[in-house]
Design a protein. Structure first.
Length: 124
């Protein structure tokens, strides 16, 4: 899900049947983001800099090396920028279409999901 930071509206959605990793879904969608746009993503998108140079990703700790104080401050800054995305995801989950098992026809999932995103955009 791509969210505009200025107004919190959903710009683009993509999904797949079953479980699929977010970054794999991003690569398969072939979504082109302008190089001037800053993409703030979570730690599931390690390697996105190959596809979009202007992207910010939080730092991970390794087993042998913990994060320094500066790294933690950087991660806090990234998470404060990502909080709008998480709020929009939570808003979508209130409709129970992604939080629960979808038991209707799969053909209509994309239509219903995009309608819910339209309702969320209309409320903002």
């Amino acid at each position: 899900m791509v969210v505009n930071k200025a107004d919190g509206k959903i710009i683009c959605t993509n999904f797949a049947n079953g479980r699929r990793h977010d970054f794999r879904l991003f690569k398969e969608s072939k979504l082109k983001i302008d190089s001037k746009v800053k993409a703030v993503v979570d730690t599931g998108y390690v390697g996105i800099t190959k596809f979009h140079a202007n992207s910010v990703i939080p730092l991970k700790r390794s087993k042998k090396k913990s994060l320094t104080r500066e790294d933690k401050v950087f991660n806090r800054m990234v998470s404060s920028e990502r909080v709008l995305n998480e709020h929009v995801i939570g808003l979508i989950k209130r409709f129970k279409i992604v939080s629960d098992r979808y038991r209707n026809r799969r053909k209509r999932f994309s239509l219903r999901f995009n309608l819910i995103c339209g309702i969320c955009n209309y409320e903002k």
